[in-house]
Design a binder for this molecule. Structure first.
Ligand code: AMP
Ligand code: MG
Length: 432
C-alpha cells in the first residue's frame, strides 16, 4: 500500500538525501589501466617510487662541476652517460661527461651544461656560459616523494592520473564497477527521429538527451526503448529495463490519465520511494526501486557482469547469482525537466554507484546579469549562459524550451523565496 510519503511533495534536499541513502556503491573490480579512464579509484594509492626515481639530467649536454666552469673554461670529456643504464661514472674538476636527457648524474657532478652552450673540440669542450650548481639537474623525489598519496579512493581516473599510476609500475587498478543503464521513453505522440511525422506528433528527443548524459557520467547504456502510453507496453518495457542497475523512464509520471508509469511500476512490485519534488522544472520526478529479492517475481531474467542475460539452458536456476536491485528514475517528459532532474538526482546516484566521492556538479562563482526572484513554492533552476564570469539567463525559462536549454551552459538554483540582484556574485553549476 502506498503511504503518505509516496505521494507527498518533498523538498529537493530531502529527495536527494533519500536517493543517496538508498543507493550503495557497486562492488569494485580490477581493471587494466587502459580500460580504467573515467572510473573511480576503489582504494587509496601511494607512491612506491619517488619521482624522479634518481637524480638525472634535464638536457642533452655535459655533466660538470659548477664551481670549475667559468665562461671560456676548457674541460676534458672523460666519458659518456646515456639514459637507461647507470654506468656509475665519476668526474673531477676540470672534467666533463657527455650526458643525455634522463641519464643518471655522474658522481662528483653538480650541474649540466646544455650542449648549445659549449663548443666541442675533439676530446674537450669549451664552456660558453656561466654555470650554477644544480642547473638542469632533476633531483630525486622533487616531484613526488616515496609514500605520498597519488590517488584518493573515490577520485576519478583522468588521463594524467593513469600516466602517474603507470609511472609507478602499476598495470591494473581497483576501481568502482560500471553502471548499466536502460532508458525507456513513453508517449503516444512521439516519433523516432528519421521517421515520418504526422500532424500532432513530435520527435522523441529525451532518449538522445539521456543517452548523452549517461555517457557523460560514464554509465553504459544497454537498452533504449520506447513504450506507448499503455499498461502492457509499459510493463513489458519495464521488465526488460530492470535487468540493469538503473532504469530511467522519461514521461508518463505526471497526473494525467495517460501517465501510467507509476501504476505499472507498482503492479510489477516496485517500491516507490519518492514521487513529486519541489523543484522547477521537474516536479513529477519519481524514484523507486526493485529490491534484489523481489526480482524473480517479475518474471525477468537476471544478468551477468557484462549485462547480457544468462542463458538458463547452460546455467540452472539454482546456480544463478542473486538478482541485483534496480533503481528506477521517472523523469518528467518535458525536455528541460528531464535534463534538470537527471543532473540533480540521477547523476549523483550513478556517480555514487560507481564509487565517486564528489557527486555534485562543479560550481563556479559568477556575476549575475539581471535581478531574479523566485516567488514559487519550488526551487527553480534557471538556465543561463556563463561567459566571462557573468551569468545571464538565456531563452525561455519553461520546461519545454529545448532550444533555450541548448544555448545555455550553466544552471543557477534559486531557492524558495530567494531574491537576487544584478551584479551579485552567485555560484552557478556547470555541466559541460
Ligand atoms: P509527460 O511527462 O509524459 O506528461 O510529457 C510532458 C511533455 O513532454 C509533453 O509535451 C510530451 O510530449 C513531452 N515529451 C515527453 N516525452 C518526450 C520525449 N521522449 N521527447 C520529447 N518530448 C517528450
Ligand atoms: Mg506522456
Amino acid at each position: 500500500m502506498p503511504t503518505a510519503s509516496h505521494t507527498k511533495m518533498i523538498s529537493e534536499e530531502e529527495a536527494r538525501k533519500k536517493i543517496l541513502e538508498t543507493i550503495r556503491p557497486l562492488s569494485s573490480r580490477r581493471w587494466s589501466l587502459s580500460e580504467a579512464l573515467g572510473s573511480f579509484a576503489a582504494e587509496d594509492y601511494f607512491a612506491g617510487l619517488p619521482l624522479p626515481a634518481f637524480d638525472n639530467s634535464a638536457m642533452d649536454g655535459y655533466a660538470v662541476v659548477a664551481s670549475f666552469c667559468k665562461k671560456g673554461q676548457r674541460l676534458q670529456v672523460t666519458g659518456e652517460q646515456p639514459a637507461g643504464r647507470d654506468k656509475q661514472l665519476r668526474i673531477a674538476p676540470g672534467e666533463a661527461i657527455r650526458i643525455f636527457t634522463g641519464a643518471p648524474i655522474p658522481a662528483g657532478a653538480d650541474a649540466i651544461v646544455m650542449q648549445e652552450d659549449v663548443t666541442r673540440d675533439g676530446d674537450a669542450i669549451v664552456i660558453n656560459t656561466g654555470v650554477e650548481a644544480g642547473e638542469f639537474i632533476r633531483r630525486r623525489g622533487c616531484d613526488l616523494t616515496d609514500g605520498q598519496r597519488i590517488l584518493a579512493k573515490g577520485e576519478r581516473l583522468r588521463s594524467a592520473t593513469i600516466a602517474l599510476l603507470a609511472s609507478q609500475g602499476i598495470a591494473d587498478v581497483a576501481v568502482g564497477a560500471e553502471v548499466n543503464a536502460a532508458i525507456i521513453s513513453t508517449g503516444d505522440e512521439l516519433v523516432k527521429p528519421g521517421e515520418k511525422l504526422d500532424p500532432g506528433q513530435i520527435y522523441e528527443s529525451n532518449s538522445a538527451l539521456l543517452n548523452a548524459l549517461l555517457q557523460r557520467c560514464g554509465a553504459a547504456v544497454n537498452l533504449v526503448e520506447h513504450c506507448r502510453d499503455e499498461r502492457e507496453s509499459l510493463i513489458e518495457g519495464i521488465k526488460r529495463g530492470l535487468r540493469n542497475h538503473v532504469l530511467i523512464i522519461s514521461g508518463g509520471v505526471s497526473v494525467g490519465e495517460h501517465d501510467l508509469v507509476k501504476d505499472a511500476l507498482r503492479e510489477l512490485g516496485a517500491q516507490i520511494e519518492i514521487w513529486r519534488v519541489a523543484i522547477k522544472p521537474g516536479k513529477p520526478f519519481l524514484f523507486g526501486s526493485f529490491p534484489a529479492e523481489s526480482r524473480y517475481s517479475t518474471g525477468e531474467t537476471p544478468v551477468g557482469p557484462t549485462g547480457s542475460p544468462h542463458d538458463e539452458s547452460v546455467r540452472p536456476a539454482d546456480k544463478m547469482p542473486a538478482p541485483r536491485a534496480c533503481f528506477i528514475f521517472g523523469l518528467p517528459g518535458n525536455p528541460v525537466s528531464t535534463f534538470v532532474t537527471f543532473l540533480q538526482f540521477v547523476r549523483p546516484a550513478i556517480l555514487k554507484m560507481m564509487g565517486a566521492t564528489t557527486l555534485d556538479l562543479p560550481k563556479i562563482p559568477a556575476k549575475l546579469a539581471v535581478d531574479l526572484t523566485n516567488e514559487g513554492d519550488r526551487a527553480h533552476y534557471i538556465r543561463g549562459k556563463l561567459e566571462h564570469r557573468k551569468f545571464s539567463p538565456v531563452g525561455r525559462q519553461e520546461s519545454h524550451a529545448l532550444f533555450g536549454l541548448s544555448q545555455s551552459n550553466a544552471l543557477l538554483r534559486l531557492d524558495l523565496g530567494q531574491s537576487l540582484k544584478a551584479d551579485e556574485i552567485v555560484d552557478v553549476q556547470i555541466w559541460e
